[in-house]
Design a protein around this ligand. Structure first.
Ligand code: CU
Length: 383
């Protein structure tokens, strides 16, 4: 079943004077604004226009219907000794109340169809971005550009547990936002790796289900520079509320230099792979990887969450054979939430996080694994 919690909240929020409008929407809105945002794409403005048109049609109908009702209730009240009119089964009244609503519906249907067909016209895009939902983060891949990365929640856990103050973008900050150019048709190819997710950015009027094994399409041509935020809009497990979306829309020049820099980083990571690192270097890097990738389940202290996520302190795998440890992190464990990180992290990050686990929280194994060994492990498995 589709429980679309965010939409539900949005509508409840609008009805209850905006008290529950999700922060991603509320951010751009002045306090007490009750209406939906207009967004920054032609489509989002069209949708807003349709919404307003329908609202005003409803207002006019409401005024006429309730007006007639109240006028007859007051002016033709029994206390005024009025006699009821008798136009039962009047032919022309029946014709009127069938045709007038039909005409109104047709008038509303034409512009909505036009907008819907534009929304679905994903052809001739300038840029293609593959968006993959994971439990619980988004992966972005610029097709044909050799640039791909994960975008993780970066709200500090202190704010989540009420130790630090929350900023305006509470649970809406990521370590690496999606960067896109203005005025270009960007096609989003949306899918998922594990369970259902949904990619939702209200300012673009884009909300698409992310389904494993399917690719849904959406597109946006952004007209104003800025940072736009959204959320996963499909209840996808424990940390559904912890996989925000942040999109930075920048000029074409800025986008190009960002892309060039990102490609340089990828190339640099590849050269790092061949290097040997010391135990300290690996542990230091591994701690950061652990905090961004593994902590949500296995906990900052490595002890996991009893009953749900296992401890990594002194266990058979994390203090056992290196090969078993590499295997579970690279390949995951089918049927559990322990994912195959081999396709998500670079060999260097994998080597670092494994080394970290073996030497943190009192797991004093004193051993380490290098990136090149992880790369070999993955390659051997392919043959
Ligand atoms: Cu999700």
């Amino acid at each position: 079943m589709h429980i679309n919690l965010n939409t539900l909240l949005l509508y409840t929020g609008i009805m209850m004077s905006g008290a529950f409008i999700p922060a991603s929407v509320a951010e751009e809105l002045p306090r007490w604004q009750l209406n939906m945002p207009q967004g920054v794409t032609e489509i989002s403005r069209d949708i807003y226009g349709l919404h307003m048109a329908v609202l005003w049609v409803c207002v006019v109908i409401g005024v006429i219907v309730f007006g007639a009702m109240f006028i007859s209730m007051v002016l033709h009240h029994r206390s005024r000794n009025k006699e009821a009119a008798t136009f039962h089964e009047n032919f022309w009244v029946e014709v009127a109340w069938t045709t007038i609503p039909a005409i109104i519906l047709i008038i509303l249907f034409i512009p909505s169809m036009r907008t819907i067909s534009q929304m679905y016209d994903t052809q001739a895009a300038d840029i293609d971005i593959l968006v993959t939902g994971f439990q619980w983060k988004w992966k972005y891949e610029y097709l044909g550009e050799d640039v791909k990365f994960f975008s993780n929640l970066s709200t500090p856990s202190g704010a989540i547990y009420g130790i630090e103050n929350k900023n305006n973008h509470y649970l809406l900050d990521v370590d690496e936002p999606l960067v896109v150019p203005l005025h270009k048709k960007i096609r989003f190819l949306i899918t998922a790796n594990d369970v259902l997710h949904a990619w939702w950015v209200p300012a673009f009027a884009v909300k698409q289900d992310a389904i494993p094994g399917f690719i849904n399409e959406a597109w946006a041509r952004i007209e104003e520079p800025g940072t736009y935020r959204g959320q996963c809009a499909e209840l996808c497990g424990k940390d559904h509320g912890f996989m925000p979306i942040v999109v930075k829309a920048v000029s074409d020049d800025e986008y190009r230099s960002w892309l060039a820099e990102r490609k340089r980083q990828t190339a640099q990571e590849r050269t790092l792979m061949a290097q040997q690192f010391s135990l300290e270097q690996l542990v230091e890097r591994g701690e950061k990887v652990y905090q961004s990738q593994c902590m949500v389940c296995h906990n900052a202290n490595g002890k996991g969450i009893p009953g749900a996520f296992p401890s990594l302190v002194g266990t058979a795998i994390s203090t056992g054979l290196m090969n078993d440890h590499i295997d579970i992190v690279v390949n995951g464990r089918a049927g559990t939430t322990m994912q195959a990180f081999g396709s998500q992290l670079s060999p260097l990050d994998l080597a670092a996080v494994i080394t970290y686990e073996r030497n943190a929280w009192g797991n004093n194994m004193g051993d380490m694994v290098q990136a090149i060994d992880i790369a070999r492990f993955i390659n051997d498995a392919k043959q």
